[in-house]
Design a protein around this ligand. Structure first.
Ligand SMILES: [Zn+2]
Length: 137
């Protein structure tokens, strides 16, 4: 969706909280223990307790609670490092993507930090469809 985000697997809450504080992030969690932490109850750290198991309802809650502005800018930042992606020509990525991809895709993006190459493959198409459906309600 184009929002800067990090994923924590839940083993180390303290590191997650410290990172969120240091970087001004909002915690999205299903863990009620996080909500009881003093930094959260005192309002130093913003956290949202996600209510639903369903991804669509989770997204709706986050968008409503944080007043996120639609439309989103999906697939504009790196999924790994949150850096804005840069457009690359087909020639520039020639030796860096699988031959099948090179044959079938014309638009490419590169992360300036990790140099991962992105293209509008099946994952992109499936996610775009899902997001569009979601935004239209
Ligand atoms: Zn990256």
């Amino acid at each position: 969706m184009g929002y800067d985000s990090l994923f924590f697997n839940g083993r180390d809450d303290s590191r997650m909280v410290a990172t969120a504080l240091a970087e001004g992030r909002v915690i999205l969690t299903r863990d009620t223990q996080i909500m009881k932490r003093r930094v959260v109850t005192r309002g130093q750290l913003k956290a949202v307790l996600i209510e639903s198991d369903k991804p669509e309802l989770q997204m709706r809650q986050v968008i409503d609670t944080l007043n996120l502005d639609c439309p989103f800018r999906p697939f504009t930042i790196c999924l790994e490092c949150n850096q804005p992606l840069l457009e690359r020509s087909k020639e520039e990525v020639k030796d860096r993507v699988p031959p099948y991809v090179f044959k079938t895709q014309n638009q490419y993006m590169e992360c300036p930090a990790c140099h991962r190459i992105y293209w509008r493959g099946t994952h992109w198409q499936a996610m775009t469809k899902k997001l569009e459906k979601f935004i239209k309600g």
